[in-house]
Ligand binder design. Structure first.
Ligand SMILES: *[C@@H]1O[C@H](CO)[C@@H](O)[C@H](O)[C@H]1NC(C)=O
Ligand SMILES: *[C@@H]1O[C@H](CO)[C@@H](O)[C@H](O)[C@H]1NC(C)=O
Ligand SMILES: *[C@@H]1O[C@H](CO)[C@@H](O)[C@H](O)[C@H]1NC(C)=O
Ligand SMILES: *[C@@H]1O[C@H](CO)[C@@H](O)[C@H](O)[C@H]1NC(C)=O
Ligand SMILES: *[C@@H]1O[C@H](CO)[C@@H](O)[C@H](O)[C@H]1NC(C)=O
Length: 365
């Protein structure tokens, strides 16, 4: 063993001891992971909701081709951020609520692909069609039904929820995506944002009132860097794009959405001192992954191109990923984008490396 190797080993041991000491000081016992959200965290609910679910793309290959090798209902080639959160906490992966055969011993996932934070009636009154299943209020209803099945008194339920880390979102992205795909302007959609974040804050408040004390509320990604937005805005006016090639105005909308969400969360923190309400910055974690792409072994020429090459971005159309005529790259590990709406396992893994280690130390015990 030469000097540099032994030095590295010693350094490593010291760091491990330091980290372990820190960990015993700050880690709260988290026994359960609960998730509400949309397709960014759906691990198999939407594909089980009849009648449409089983025909959705995520019920077919190439979804799941990297992990676990067959489709699970995850909208990616493999793992999602919630999977990396579970792994980081040393918990088993969290099963979808609508898999009635599954164990929920260490958590339960209520997220449904296509879910909006606002309910369908908000959009219907504005002439916008969104899925009628899965919205945040319906997920809260599932949450309450589930809670009633495992505890019967407020102290008992409080005891269960106090040991849980609860992800409320990402949710709210679809409240922008559906109006955008139905031709609404960014200016109009901007006026929905305070309502979207009020719906998220209201749901978070309801979960806290049920007894939860540790909640994580992620913001939206820079949607202007997503293929479905790039396609919707495709144009040869170079001033529309930022230095990364993303649609500036769409990213600005996501920035406003996220800052408005943080204001709503700050008000909740004042309402519930002693409850941890952690904002997670998916926006910058994505951009950092994008900027460090070459270092991470991602192919820099396809950073804005999906691995599964959907020719349009309506899930129900035969030109969307999951249909036999849609080509799939052989190396999803070199891509950020999976199907144009969702990211690859590799992107979620990198993003998780930025955001997950920041969550636990900020939890109040
Ligand atoms: C539960 O398991 C049975 C038998 O394996 C299967 O037929 C059924 O589809 C499963 N139910 C759900 C909701 O996954
Ligand atoms: C939708 O949300 C609004 C505002 O919270 C509520 O008044 C209404 O009852 C909800 N509609 C449905 C169908 O759940
Ligand atoms: C949030 O809750 C407030 C107070 O109950 C209510 O007035 C408002 O309509 C709710 N907003 C949404 C979007 O659900
Ligand atoms: C930009 O697009 C317009 C309309 O599609 C076209 O007429 C024009 O020639 C294009 N300009 C360049 C520089 O490609
Ligand atoms: C990156 O992707 C391009 C386009 O698919 C391809 O031609 C090139 O060989 C790839 N580079 C590497 C290093 O894999």
């Amino acid at each position: 063993m030469n000097f540099s190797v032994s030095f590295a080993v010693i350094l490593n041991i010291c760091v491990t001891i330091l980290v372990a000491t820190e960990a015993t000081k700050i880690l709260c016992p988290i026994k359960t992971l609960i998730q509400l959200g949309d397709s960014l965290s759906d691990t198999g609910n939407a594909i089980r909701l009849l009648p449409v679910g089983p025909t959705l793309p995520a019920a077919r290959l190439p979804y799941g081709k990297t992990f676990p090798g067959l489709p699970t209902g995850r909208w990616s080639d493999g793992r999602l951020i919630i999977d990396y959160a579970a792994m980081g906490l040393g918990l088993p992966l969290v099963n979808p609520y609508f898999n009635k055969n599954a164990s929920f011993r260490n958590g339960v996932n209520f997220a449904v692909a296509g879910a909006t934070a606002l309910n369908a009636s908000f959009f219907l009154s504005r002439g916008i069609i969104v899925p009628s299943v899965g919205s945040l209020d319906l997920q809260l209803r599932s949450f309450r039904t589930y809670l009633a099945s495992i505890c019967s008194t407020p102290p008992e339920c409080g005891d269960y929820l106090r040991r849980a880390l609860i992800f409320v979102g990402e949710i709210g992205g679809n409240d922008i995506n559906f109006p955008l795909s139905q031709g609404r302007s960014l200016e109009e959609i901007r006026t929905y944002i305070p309502f979207i974040n009020q719906a998220i804050a209201n749901a978070t408040r309801d979960i806290i009132r049920a007894g939860a004390t540790r909640l994580v509320v992620p913001g939206n990604f820079p949607i202007g860097c997503f293929p479905f937005v790039l396609a919707a805005f495709s144009n040869n006016d170079s001033t529309m794009y930022d230095e990364l090639g993303c649609v500036r105005s769409a990213n600005n909308l996501a920035i406003y959405q996220n800052s408005n969400l943080q204001i709503a969360l700050e008000a909740l923190r004042r309402e519930f001192p002693g409850v941890s309400i952690i904002y997670v910055d998916y926006y910058n974690a994505f951009l950092t992954t994008f900027r460090l792409a070459p270092l991470f072994g991602l192919n820099r020429t396809t950073l804005l191109t999906p691995c599964c090459k959907s020719r349009q971005y309506n899930l129900l159309n035969s030109e969307f990923c999951g249909n036999p005529t849609v080509p799939v790259c052989s190396n999803p590990g070199q891509y950020i984008h999976w199907d144009g709406l969702h990211l690859t396992q590799e992107a979620y893994r990198r993003i998780s490396q930025f955001v997950i280690p920041n969550i636990l130390p900020t939890v109040i015990c």
